[in-house]
Design a binder for this molecule. Sequence first.
Ligand code: BEZ
Length: 212
Amino acid sequence: MSLRLGDIAPDFTAETSIGPINFHEYLGNSWGVLFSHPADFTPVCTTELGKTAQLKAEFDKRNVKVMVVSVDSVAQHLSWINDINETQHTEVNFPIIADQDRKVSTLYDMIHPNASETTTVRSLFIIGPDKKVKLMIVYPASTGRNFVEVLRVIDSLQLTAKHSVATPADWKHGEDVIVVPSISTEDAIKKFPKGVKVVKPYLRYTPEPDPA
Ligand code: BEZ
């Protein structure tokens, strides 16, 4: 059965570009991003992994550990990592799983046979410190993902996990957020000392709360 939001992210132990890793142990108390891509030595994937490596400081700031799934071998990963570092002017700084037996790809439903029988699509999972799946996105092979958007979603997930707020369309860190519908306006005024702006009874904004 395919994964759904709120499910525990399946645990596994796998060979990776930095040796065998148990996924849940690797995550520890951190947030996690696990993503697949079609194959090593392919152009779009090269840019995606390069971009992810370039954003390491941003992932670290948010306490997020990254792991990548690829159906190629460790030897191929190590050779491809050299190419990524060279062409994307970075240092790949996260493990890449050698999922030749498709164990992880199958656990996470990353092979969509009507897209490709043999390679993974561009699936991406964000996993919380409670090991539950918080977000899933699936892109086709031909479209590289926006990793700044992934960071934006992590900002929203981390904020909304701590405060009774939701984030509006295109929200970015620092902008006003939405008071969740389950809180009355009377309670919201008490709860959000920075103020509550009532546009409609169901559409209420407050400045982004300070970190808890
Ligand atoms: C790529 O990663 O560049 C790619 C892989 C499969 C199909 C198209 C592009």
